[in-house]
Design a protein around this ligand. Structure first.
Ligand code: NAD
Length: 243
């Protein structure tokens, strides 16, 4: 396919201020998309091309306002990418109800609220896409990730429900990254040398991902190049889940 792959597409990206969401915003802008960039940290969105919109994805009213702003800034919405997420690590006995509820609220309720609010616009667009971010750790889980694992497992099933319900006009897919070089991972593994050793031992590709490598999979699932793909769960994990 030649030419920009998202020319004329109007896309909402959540979690666009940092990490994978930011790399996706940069790649999508280069591919010709109009963008509404949503994040709770709206100040760093200003450096990116697109409409910067402040949101808490776990708050119904905040999401409704943000999606209305996004649709009016772009003249509609024909794609949503749900990247915003949090990653609390805690043993089961240390997982407070508050931590559990907050994680589910951001990682699972957030994509639900965003997609539901965007749906009338996606339907109007005719052909539309939703891409949700899960994790390789939803497929081969790690210990001490009760709330995160539940939220990321839930998003895979939720996406299949939507793919069934919203076809043929709206395609819904999931990307499951392995460890990717973002703040989320450096907070978890502050020792980068040790992290590199872990990746060498547990990843077929012997390294962690750069954010743009995950963004490229999101681009594929948002563009027409994946026109016959829906309800699919794509691992972008350097082989971690089978190696
Ligand atoms: P990150 O922490 O670098 O960025 C997350 C972004 O989400 C931030 O800009 C943050 O402000 C935003 N955000 C968090 N809570 C929000 C809320 N309530 N409302 C609005 N915005 C909110 O994270 P990342 O590493 O880029 O991860 C992005 C997604 O990919 C997450 O869903 C994460 O679970 C998933 N993921 C990441 C990795 C990894 O290794 N980095 C691996 C697997 C899955």
């Amino acid at each position: 396919m030649s030419g920009p792959r998202l020319q004329g597409r109007r896309i909402v990206i959540t979690g666009a201020a940092a990490g994978i969401g930011r790399a996706t915003a940069e790649l999508f802008a280069a591919e010709g998309a109009s963008l509404a960039l949503l994040d709770r940290d709206a100040t760093s969105l200003g450096e990116l091309a697109g409409e910067a919109i402040s949101v808490d994805v776990s708050d119904e009213k905040s999401v409704a306002t943000a999606i209305t702003k996004a649709a009016s800034a772009m003249g509609g919405i024909d794609g949503v990418v749900n990247v915003a997420g949090i990653f609390p690590v805690a043993a089961l006995e240390d997982t407070s109800l508050d931590l559990w509820e907050k994680t589910i609220a951001v990682n699972l309720t957030g994509p639900f609220l965003i997609a539901r609010a965007a749906l009338p616009h996606l339907r109007k667009a005719g052909k539309a896409t939703i891409v949700n971010l899960s994790s390789a750790s939803a497929i081969v889980p790690f210990r001490e990730l009760s709330a995160y694992g539940a939220s990321k497992g839930g998003i895979i099933t939720l996406s299949k429900v939507w793919a069934s319900e919203l076809g043929p006009k709206i395609r819904v897919n999931v990307v499951c990254p392995g460890m990717t070089r973002t703040r989320m991972v450096s907070d978890w593994h502050p020792d980068s040398e040790k992290l590199a050793q872990t990746a060498k031992a547990t990843y077929a590709l012997q390294r962690i991902a750069e954010p743009v490598e995950v963004a490229k999979a999101i681009l594929f699932l948002t563009s027409d190049e994946s026109s016959f793909t829906t309800g699919s769960t794509m691992t972008v994990d350097g082989g971690r889940t089978f190696h």
